[in-house]
Design a protein around this ligand. Structure first.
Ligand code: FES
Length: 167
């Protein structure tokens, strides 16, 4: 079946008519031509397709586009521009938080949402009371980012970049 859906992507309202089986990932890439968001496994295992929906990170390959009526969606294209990078994008460059770069948009969207989780006091599995400590630990960053795989193994540099922005 075909259905209409309207949502906000990177600040602009977008209306689409889609097969109801279309994932949010395919809606972004195929229909809106926002190819920054990547398709890795297409089954919820790698995190390459991570986008931010109403402030929370999701694997867009696991979510049907028509379920997002009225939602605010941010993709890597909405975080910064080459002239005005998001602080997380700048930190990934500074710390070499990638090798091939394929997982990077998902890593960065996830990392930006992680900072909001930390700010909001949402605990991770390895840190019950994050407000009691002045700095986020490397282990905590790694745990929070464990849904984003990097086959080049740039994890140490990714964690360094995120820790720097997290403060
Ligand atoms: Fe969505 Fe891998 S493409 S988790």
């Amino acid at each position: 079946a075909v259905a209409k859906v309207s949502f906000e992507v990177n600040g602009a309202t977008r209306s689409l008519e889609l097969d109801t089986r279309t994932t949010l990932l395919d809606a972004l890439r195929e229909h809106l031509k926002l190819n920054g968001t990547k398709k890795g496994c297409d089954q919820g295992q790698c995190g390459a397709c991570t986008v931010i929906v109403d402030g929370r990170r999701i694997n867009s390959c696991l979510s049907l586009a028509v379920m997002h009526e009225g939602d605010k969606i941010t993709t890597v294209e909405g975080l910064g521009t080459p002239d005005k990078l998001h602080p997380m994008q700048a930190a990934f460059i500074k710390h070499d938080g990638y090798q091939c770069g394929y997982c990077t948009p998902g890593q960065i969207c996830s990392a930006v949402a992680v900072l909001d989780e930390i700010k909001a006091g949402i605990p991770s599995h390895v840190a019950d009371d994050i407000t009691a400590r002045p700095r986020v630990t490397d282990m905590e960053v790694r745990e929070r980012m464990s849904g984003n795989l990097c086959r080049c193994g740039a994890y140490s540099n990714i964690a360094e970049a995120i820790s720097e922005v997290a403060g």
